[in-house]
Design a protein around this ligand. Structure first.
Ligand code: PLP
Ligand code: COI
Length: 365
């Protein structure tokens, strides 16, 4: 089952000049490459029909389970063009593992990790010309699994499909690494105890859209969720994990409490900070602690992190009643230095001492 052969159907490729126009300002999630991966699954036959096919609409029965009950999971990772011309991805096996953890929670089939990584490898090598080389640019990869059985009874589907699409990407936030403002969602939650908060499933993001709109209405770029029971205890942002930095260089980040995503960027930054000798506290972190810490000068920086966001400095947390503002002190020094180190590894400018890079296309010469 793991050594499925991929069939390749060649697409009508976009001419190089058109691609160059896209690379001039790709934004995030706006354009898609020439091909996509598709692998079918049924309860009886398991995973089969692995293909790289032209990117395009997929036929779907209106009774398909994903359209009614939201049985869906996804991942996000990037391919980078390195300084010496190679193409690499960052910790793809960690995404494979996390997708399988999400699959368990959403009662979807697990995909063998080697098959996930091979699917990424196939798509990125066939669409290698789509990996941009501009500053802070990469090819964002979106693997996902949808339940695709035509049946309206509420139970786990017996037919599913794994797909990978790819999109050339610049910074997630318009304005690049400019410090962002975030909005505290005080009444609406994205996750609750025993729910799907730790899984990467579409439903969590659907739940975040209204609070995200509220954030935008209040001039903020992202929404911050707290634990729905304690309200003051920070979980994470709509699509990113959160870190605070203390004056003594200690990093604080909410512990994996079952409601938040086990971010691969989060995990990597914890490692890089520890390598430098910084203390890292993974524990319950509260809004009050953030507020008091900024007031007395013991908390000096805050940042969001994730594959799409990379590391984005936070300038301000806004709530209905007060705001916590680092003002011109953002972006913080440690925030930017960790960002420089992480992206340095990803773009091949710094030693990959933890073996996080997976080479897809070797450097020339
Ligand atoms: N939290 C949420 C809700 C996310 O959507 C993401 C992005 O994938 C993250 C955290 C960060 O995870 P990662 O660093 O693996 O991209
Ligand atoms: C990612 O970083 O991969 C995500 O899925 C988050 C989303 C905001 C695009």
């Amino acid at each position: 089952m793991t050594n499925l052969e991929f069939r390749h159907t060649e697409a009508d490729r976009l001419p190089a000049e058109k691609r160059a126009e896209i690379f001039a300002d790709p934004g995030f999630g706006n354009y898609f490459t020439d091909h996509m991966v598709s692998i079918m699954w049924t309860k009886d036959a398991g995973w089969h029909d692995a293909e790289v096919i032209p990117y395009g609409p997929i036929p779907m029965d209106p009774a398909s389970s994903v359209l009614h009950y939201g049985q869906e999971i996804f991942e996000g990772l990037k391919a980078y063009r390195t300084a010496d011309g190679a193409i690499v991805t960052f910790r793809p096996e960690a995404n494979a593992r996390r997708m399988n953890e999400s699959a368990v929670r959403l009662a979807l089939p697990q995909l063998p990790e080697e098959l996930f990584v091979e699917a990424i490898r196939q798509l990125v090598s066939i669409d290698a010309d789509w990996v941009p080389s501009g500053a802070d640019q990469s090819l964002y990869l979106r693997p996902f699994v949808i339940a695709d059985e035509s049946f309206l009874g509420v139970r786990a589907a017996e037919r599913a499909r794994f797909l990978v699409i790819a999109s050339p990407a610049g910074p997630y936030f318009t304005g690049g690494v400019k410090p962002v403002s975030i909005w505290l969602s005080e009444t609406l939650a994205r996750a609750g105890h025993g729910g799907t908060g730790a899984a990467k499933c579409g439903g969590n993001y659907a739940a975040s859209l209204l609070p995200q709109q509220e954030a935008a209405d209040n001039g903020c770029q992202q929404v911050l969720f707290t634990d729905s029971q304690t309200e003051d205890t920070i979980d994470e942002l709509g699509g990113m994990n959160l870190f605070l930095v203390k004056r003594d260089g200690t990093l604080l980040t909410p512990a994996l409490n079952g409601n938040i995503l086990d971010g691969i960027t989060r995990r990597s930054l914890i490692q890089l900070a520890k390598d430098r000798g910084h203390a890292v506290e993974e524990r319950a972190v509260t809004v009050s602690e953030w507020r008091d810490g900024v007031a007395d000068g013991s908390i000096t920086e805050a940042f969001a992190c994730g594959t799409a966001a990379v590391i984005t400095p936070i300038r301000e947390l806004k709530t209905r009643d007060f705001s916590i503002d680092f003002g011109d002190a953002a972006p913080g020094e440690l925030t930017m230095s960790l960002r420089e180190e992480l992206t340095g590894i990803q773009f091949g400018l710094r030693e990959d001492r933890h073996g996080w890079l997976e080479t897809i296309v070797e450097a020339k010469g």
